[in-house]
Structures are given as structure tokens and as C-alpha cells.
Design a binder for this molecule. Structure first.
Ligand code: AMP
Ligand code: ZN
Length: 486
């Protein structure tokens, strides 16, 4: 295949750039991970599907991928600016579980979602509280030139580095949009890199430091884990678009301070070469939230009977830089599309099985693979690549083994598991159904027999019994659903 370059949109330069690795043959990627005070919602999961496609694409290009996703178990405040409470301390205060139990529980739940969405596990899950010592060392190395102490903690002076806030869309000198509740800050955008435990209080999570007992700031964690695990500068830093405004500008400022770097005209001074951000998943009613309305977590989709990969399909249908609106109709459409692909793949698998022949004409699909690749390499255009993938399945005049090989190859990037999913896996099966799948299958088979015997009274009776239990029988459905649980 021709050596097409990988082009990625760099939020820092606002340009699509050609990817060239810092270290020959390697790609080092850091993805801001979840704050484990609650379950991740499906919007959060969109951020990891995006990072996964990026990682898979880097591997497709032959790079040795080193991907870190962190777990934030301390330091993330209820307000991204610089006020509020620690999200985990707050969750623990209203519960009989310890903070550590809470963190463990939601970390495991997050990893289950990752697996269900066929997101590759990163080389390293780095847990923030495992890096307290290095965080203190990092802070010590920048404290003299870049920080000052207030009663509440150690603050980073954003005017001590060049180009603060370049990544953000609109940070004014006053720090637009921030709540500035801390007296004594030199600049509104200054932020705590170490937060002291207030006198007379004890916290479940606190550590000794040269600035008193306390806990690290959220931004410090990512700077330190990125530096420790990947080294500055590494290749790509990812996160959701909200991080472009506060979290990542603050990480960048710390990184510049740490490496003694100057202006951000040189992107690597930020600690990474490329900063990438996925846009939000939104609900029609507005921003997705964990606190209001129906909490859209992956498990809810599964409980309603949807296969989790239908949600992955939904994500891939949109470009990662576009906003994506969630709706149940949209999820249903994504599931139907997935099922159509799986059905075509089942035919191909059956043909491969019965022919037993070797590929022989794989060359015929080279142009298809090249088209697929050209889309994915153009800033991860998954929606176009998906179309190229989908069109390969029903192509005439191509032997099944060649198709099979092409599907396997494209699925390395798309990750929908088209060759291992079955039609039955994709059935809608709500958790609260009043009838089991075996019972339905049984009834559907009896009804088929009745119809074959032209016993329409019996067949109608079976159908009525199924309808009463919420099962819709779908005769002659072009997708072969046969039945659906409503
Ligand atoms: P958090 O656990 O809040 O730190 O968020 C985890 C990741 O999800 C971060 O990269 C966020 O930027 C991202 N994120 C948060 N909300 C959404 C959303 N509605 N759609 C897409 N990504 C989101
Ligand atoms: Zn981060």
C-alpha cells in the first residue's frame, strides 16, 4: 500500500497536521481518564471510543503504540475551575463506603464498559494516587519560579509561562467563565497544584508535603503521569472538548514550567506534539449529566436490550470533532446497521467454510482497502471509512476468503467485531422482559410448524400469546429479526 501519511487535527495549532512520531517507529499517547466517583455516562465513553480508534489507527500504520489512560481517584473538584469539593471526598461523605471502596467500584465498572465497547485496554492504567511522590517532586521543581502559597494551598501563577491558555478558545486575562472564589490569587486563572487540608479537618485521602498535609490538584496528576510514563514531549494527548478550556491549558502551563520551555509556538513545549479533543455527546434536552434525568450509562442501554457495540457504531457514524446527539431511535438505527453488516459477514463466513479455498484474489480488494485507509488517515474520518467497509461486504465477483481477509483488516481499526458477532447476539433483549429467549424461540418454532401445516388458528394463537408478553413477531422482516421484544 502506498505510504499515505496520517493527518490529525491539532487543537493547539488549530490545524490538520501530518503525524511524525517523536521516537522512530513509536507512538506515545496519553488519554485523560475517568474520575471514579460515579459511573461513566455514555458521553464519557465516547471519549474512549475516540482514543481507541486513534490507537488502532496508529497500530494500523505500524507504530508500536504506548497508550496510557489514567484513573483519577483524587483531586478532581466539583468545579473544573478552581473551586468546589473533591468529587471523591464528596461521594464518600454521603455514603457508608470508604473513598477507596468507591474508587475501586467505579474503576471496575469503567473497565467493564471499556471491554463491552471493544476498546483496547491501554498498556498502562495509571492510578493517580500511585503517583503522589512524583507529584510532590514535580511541584518542588517548579515551585520557586512558578508558584506561590496561600492558606488554601500551593498555586500556580499562569503569568509565569508564555502563551497561557492558547489551547482554549476564549480565555481572557480575567479568566472568562471562571468562578474566582479564592482570595489572594494573582490571576483569576491561577489554580491549586496542591490543596491543603483545612485546619481541624481530616480527609480520607491526604498526604504530607512541603506545603502541608493535603492532596494534589487534578491538573498536576496528568502532567506527572504523562511525564513519568511517556516522557516529554510525547506524541499525542487526548481528552473531551471541555478539557480544552481549563484542564489541558493548566497541564500545558505546568509542563512548560517543568521543562523550562518557552513559547507555545513550538508545540512540543506543551509536553506533547499534538492535542486532540473529541466533541460531546449531547441529549436533545441539553448537556449530558450524571445528576439529572435518566442517567445514560452503558449498562442502561444493555438493560434496555441493546448490544453495547450498537453504541460503538453510533459513535463511529459521526466524526469525533462533531457533536453527536443521542437518541434511542439513533441507537436503534445503529443497531440495525450493525446487524445488516453482521448478516452479510455470516454469509461470507459460511462461504469461506464451505469453499475451503485459499484467497487467491485478494488483490481485487486492494483499492477498497486503500479507500478505507485514505478516509481513516484523514483525521480519523470513521463515518466515511465505515461506509467503505460496509460496501465491501456485498461486493459481487470477489471470492469469500478475500472478503473475509479484508473485513478482518478493516475491523482492526473499526473494532465492531463483525466477524465474531452473530445475528443472535444483536437481538434486543431487555432485562425486565417477562419471557426468556428460549421460550420465545420455542414459540416461534411452533408457530412456524403450525403455519407450515396451514393451522392458522394455532399460529395466530401463538402470536397472540407472544404479543401479550411484549414480543412482536416480524414475519418476512428483511433483516431477519423474526421477533423483537418491545
Ligand atoms: P471525567 O470523568 O468527567 O473526567 O470525564 C471523562 C472524559 O469524558 C473526559 O475526557 C471528558 O472530557 C469526556 N466527556 C465528558 N462529558 C462528555 C460528553 N458528553 N461527550 C463526550 N465526552 C465527554
Ligand atoms: Zn487529564
Amino acid at each position: 500500500m502506498p505510504d499515505t501519511p496520517l493527518k490529525l487535527f491539532n487543537s493547539l495549532t488549530r490545524q490538520v497536521e501530518t503525524f511524525t512520531p517523536v521516537h522512530e517507529g513509536e507512538a506515545r499517547v496519553y488519554t485523560c481518564g475517568p474520575t471514579v466517583y460515579n459511573y461513566a455516562h455514555i458521553g464519557n465513553m465516547r471519549a474512549y471510543v475516540f482514543a481507541d480508534v486513534l490507537g488502532r489507527t496508529l497500530r494500523w500504520k505500524g507504530y508500536d503504540l504506548r497508550h496510557v489512560i489514567n484513573i483519577t481517584d483524587v483531586g478532581h473538584l466539583t468545579d473544573d475551575g478552581d473551586s468546589g469539593e473533591d468529587k471523591l471526598e464528596k461521594a464518600a461523605a454521603g455514603s457508608d463506603r470508604t473513598i477507596w471502596d468507591i474508587a475501586r467500584h467505579y474503576t471496575e465498572a469503567f473497565k467493564a464498559d471499556v471491554r463491552a465497547l471493544n476498546i483496547r485496554e491501554p498498556a498502562e492504567w495509571s492510578v493517580a494516587t500511585d503517583y503522589i511522590e512524583p507529584m510532590i517532586e514535580f511541584a518542588k521543581s517548579i515551585v520557586d519560579e512558578h508558584c506561590y502559597e496561600l492558606d488554601g494551598g500551593l498555586y500556580f501563577d499562569v503569568s509565569s509561562v508564555k502563551d497561557y491558555g492558547r489551547l482554549a478558545r476564549a480565555v481572557t486575562e480575567e479568566g472568562e467563565g471562571r468562578i474566582d472564589t479564592v482570595a489572594g490569587k494573582r490571576n483569576a486563572a491561577d489554580f491549586a497544584i496542591w490543596r491543603k487540608t483545612p485546619p481541624g479537618e481530616t480527609r480520607q485521602m491526604e498526604w504530607d508535603s512541603p506545603w502541608g498535609k493535603g492532596a494534589p490538584g487534578w491538573h498536576l496528576e496528568c502532567s506527572v503521569m504523562g511525564e513519568k510514563l511517556l516522557g516529554f514531549p510525547f506524541d499525542i494527548h487526548t481528552g473531551g472538548i471541555d478539557h480544552r478550556e481549563i484542564h489541558h491549558p493548566n497541564e500545558i502551563a505546568q509542563n512548560q514550567a517543568f521543562c523550562g520551555c518557552g513559547s507555545l509556538d513550538e508545540a512540543t513545549h506543551s509536553g506533547a506534539k499534538i492535542w486532540m479533543h473529541n466533541n460531546f455527546l449531547v441529549e436533545r434536552s441539553g448537556k449530558m449529566s450524571k445528576s439529572s434525568g435518566e442517567f445514560l450509562r452503558l449498562q442502561l442501554l444493555i438493560d434496555k436490550g441493546y448490544h453495547p457495540l450498537a453504541y460503538r457504531m453510533m459513535c463511529l457514524q459521526a466524526h469525533y470533532r462533531s457533536e453527536l446527539e443521542f437518541s434511542w431511535e439513533g441507537l436503534q438505527a445503529a443497531l440495525t446497521r450493525l446487524k445488516r453488516m453482521v448478516m452479510l459477514a455470516e454469509k461470507i463466513k459460511a462461504e469461506v467454510h464451505s469453499s475451503g479455498s485459499a484467497a487467491g484474489e485478494g488483490g481485487k480488494l486492494r483499492p477498497t482497502l486503500e479507500i478505507f485507509e485514505s478516509f481513516i488517515l484523514e483525521d480519523l474520518n470513521t463515518s466515511a471509512a465505515l461506509l467503505a467497509y460496509e460496501r465491501t461486504l456485498p461486493l459481487e465477483g470477489i471470492a469469500a476468503p478475500a472478503k473475509y481477509a479484508a473485513i478482518a483488516r478493516m475491523d482492526e481499526v473499526i473494532g465492531l467485531n463483525i466477524l465474531s458477532l452473530t445475528r443472535a447476539d444483536l437481538r434486543i433483549r431487555p432485562k425486565d422482559a417477562q419471557i426468556t429467549e428460549t421460550e420465545i424461540e420455542d414459540a416461534v418454532a411452533r408457530r412456524k410448524d403450525a403455519r407450515a401445516a396451514k393451522d392458522f388458528a394455532a399460529s395466530d394463537a401463538i402470536r397472540d400469546q407472544l404479543t401479550a408478553k411484549g414480543v412482536e413477531v416480524m414475519d418476512g422482516d428483511p433483516l431477519g429479526w423474526e421477533w423483537k421484544l418491545g
